[in-house]
Design a protein around this ligand. Structure first.
Ligand code: ZN
Ligand code: ZN
Length: 280
């Protein structure tokens, strides 16, 4: 069984009810945080998961909304891990991730210095183990295997999706992408596909060209559903709603997905949880 919690279902636009993009995937006793948008640790706290409980941070890409709280994750894990010689936090992302993590630690350099000076048992900066990949296997421990493949969010590049397998179940996290063959292949026969979506029919009506531009490099609800259909996945989980789903509109969004995909469809508010069993 793999347990998916949508920690943040929002977008770059601050929303009082939706945190920024982040999904927690729990499998085989491990907890993987996929992207770390605005408010991620507050949402994780709501389900009793602290930064010190994360097995790894997986980043689909380096857009600000997906890494807005990277500094919070790094620093909070560091100051709330009380065992001596803590394991470095594995951070798996596309090329460019190491530079971003280094820069974030540099930005928090004064804070890191204050804490090392103040606490006898903190004598080194937050330990991290950054690994950059565009495809292939990236994790294989304790019955959990993860592999990545390129997605297409150009001009944002490189970007990656993750496939997490445990106990015979498989969950794919697409991140932000337009439909592409490598995502179809990564998602092939997966038990669940978590996909970010935008309503191009609504966004294209807005007057600002800068807002309309986002239609170029995201999947609409229907496109994400068509990807799920082509790949033969069991459950489609929609997240990162642009614009945020207005109260009472969930069924309209679900119907758009159902027009392309006849499997199970999940969508909802922050902390929506989906448990995925292997299909028989
Ligand atoms: Zn993006
Ligand atoms: Zn995004």
């Amino acid at each position: 069984m793999i347990d998916i919690t949508l920690l943040g279902t929002g977008s770059p636009i601050p929303d009082p009810n939706r945190a920024g993009p982040a999904t927690l995937v729990r499998a085989g006793g491990e907890a993987f945080l996929v992207d770390c948008g605005r408010g991620v640790l507050q949402r994780a706290a709501a389900i009793g998961v602290g930064a010190n409980a994360l097995s790894a941070l997986l980043l689909t890409h380096l857009h600000s909304d997906h890494i807005a709280d990277l500094g919070d994750v790094l620093i909070t894990r560091w100051v709330t891990t009380f065992v001596p010689d803590p394991v470095p936090l594995p951070i798996i992302g596309p090329p460019g991730t190491a530079d971003v993590v280094d820069a974030m630690l540099k930005a928090f350099g004064p804070d890191i210095g204050y804490r090392i000076a103040h606490h006898d048992d903190l004598d080194a900066p937050p330990p991290v183990n950054v690994q950059e990949y565009t495809e292939g296997p990236v994790w294989d421990h304790d019955g959990v295997a993860i592999r990545v493949a390129p997605t297409d969010h150009r001009p944002v590049a490189p970007t990656i999706g993750f496939r997490i397998e445990s106990g015979g179940a498989s969950v794919v996290l697409a991140g932000d992408t337009v439909p592409c063959e490598s995502l179809d292949e990564l998602a092939r026969r997966a038990d669940a596909l978590v996909h970010t979506v935008i309503r191009k029919d609504l966004v294209s009506l807005l007057p600002q060209q800068r807002i309309k531009d986002i239609c170029d490099y995201h999947s609409s609800v229907q496109q994400a559903a068509a990807t799920a259909k082509r790949a033969g996945v069991g459950t489609l989980v929609l997240t990162h709603y642009v614009p945020g789903i207005a109260p009472g509109q969930e069924e309209q969004w679900r119907a758009l997905a159902a027009s392309e995909f006849d499997g199970h469809i999940e969508l909802g508010d922050d902390l929506h949880r989906v448990q995925i069993q292997p299909r028989t």
